[in-house]
Design a protein around this ligand. Structure first.
Ligand code: SF4
Length: 378
């Protein structure tokens, strides 16, 4: 398949891994953050970390939307169903996120009308089919998914569907990267720039990272060869003493992004003064709220959405893992109290969460080791 096979070609992958080893050949350590949860998932799915020399360390960043969602926002969204009889709709990866009163799926099992949708348009369609009920779409995600929410709100206005609203939890990637860079315990040498978000915002907005923080950025795709090429491009910049933003994913990402998507975002959303990120705390100008002119479709304006603050269990170290200060397996709960079947933190829920990705790899290695042991004993 075009754009897949050539990016999974073992010979090209081996060549890229060799190039990385050559570029990294030195005494120093290279700490590279992959911002995007999709990258974390791909790295462990394809075992790319095993191809890197020991002095190239990948740090997982805050780009998994489910992982940075504060538990209180989920509880607030579910309270709209409980208190106002609304139908709660959300993407599948929200369904297993634990809130204070359980996950949306557990609420559903107790009788709350919770429905999984594949797009906000599905939620709008439910509202059209059930005009006597109110339908809330619980919107999460970065600039990648926010345009589809914006277009759905515009469609609701065009069709005059008034029994539909959106609880916006959309966040923006740049303030999160800045929060990581400003964190005093963080030492990074460069960034694998997010691929999905950049299809919307482009590669140009990352220039402040190179200019003011003096860290190179390479916007990178999601196939094995993409990621290895992205790492090689970062190492080459460091070796040559250059600090700039490069775009490995040029087949998808334009420097200035997607103009139509950016227009839709700007028309429907504005920045909130503050928003809470799970594990990162309150970050200014980091999230999107619906503009006044679309108030009819804004759940926060239509309902009294409670501000619920929920702290993670003391032993959970999701914040440190989100900021890249700890590896997932260094959390005290990893693999014991916290597993994909019984997640304590959201990083264990989504396949893009660093803890779930680590756990999946460890499980695969365990299965491989068991198979090898069984084979040896035969
Ligand atoms: S193992 Fe669980 S509690 Fe620990 S950081 Fe990961 S998700 Fe959070």
């Amino acid at each position: 398949m075009k754009y897949v096979d050539e990016f999974r070609d073992p010979r090209l992958i081996q060549r890229a891994a060799d190039e990385i080893r050559t570029l990294a050949a030195s005494d120093r350590q290279f700490r590279i953050m992959e911002v995007c949860g999709g990258h974390t998932h791909a790295i462990y799915r394809f075992g790319l970390d095993t191809l890197l020399p020991s002095n190239v360390e990948l740090i997982h960043g805050p780009g998994c939307p489910v992982c940075v969602l504060p538990m209180g926002r989920l509880d607030a969204g579910l309270s709209l169903a409980a208190d106002h009889g609304a139908i709660f709709t959300a993407f599948g990866d929200v369904m297993r996120v634990p809130g204070r009163g359980g996950t949306p799926l557990q609420h559903k099992a107790r009788g709350t009308d919770v429905r999984m949708v594949y797009s906000p348009l599905d939620a709008l369609e439910i509202a059209r089919q059930e005009p006597k009920r109110h339908v809330v779409f619980f919107a999460i995600g970065f600039e990648t998914t926010a345009p589809s929410t914006a277009l759905t709100i515009r469609r609701a206005q065009d069709l005059d569907v008034r029994n539909f609203s959106v609880l916006s939890n959309h966040v923006t990637i740049l303030p999160a990267i800045k929060a990581v860079l400003d964190s005093p315990d963080m030492r990074l040498d460069g960034f694998i720039g997010p691929g999905h978000v950049s299809t919307v915002i482009g590669s140009r907005p990352y220039e402040f990272i190179a200019r003011y923080y003096r860290k190179p950025v390479v916007v990178t795709g999601f196939e094995p060869l993409d990621l290895l090429q992205g790492i090689a491009m970062l190492l080459r910049q460091m070796r040559e003493g250059r600090v700039t933003v490069e775009n490995q994913y040029a087949r998808v990402v334009a420097d200035d992004g997607n103009a139509a998507a950016l227009r839709a975002l700007d028309e429907v959303f504005e920045l909130r003064t503050f928003f809470e990120w799970r594990g990162l705390g309150f970050i200014s100008q980091s999230a999107l709220k619906i503009r006044e002119r679309y108030a009819t479709w804004d759940a926060e304006r239509r309902f009294n959405v409670p501000a619920i603050e929920v702290t993670d269990p003391v032993a959970a170290q999701c914040g440190e893992v989100l900021k890249g200060a700890l590896k997932p397996h260094q959390c005290k709960l990893f693999g014991r109290e916290c597993t994909p079947e019984r997640p304590v933190g959201a990083l264990m829920v989504s396949s893009e969460g660093a803890c779930a990705a680590y756990f999946g790899r460890a499980a695969r290695q365990g299965a491989a080791a068991s198979l090898a042991a069984a084979g040896a004993s035969r």
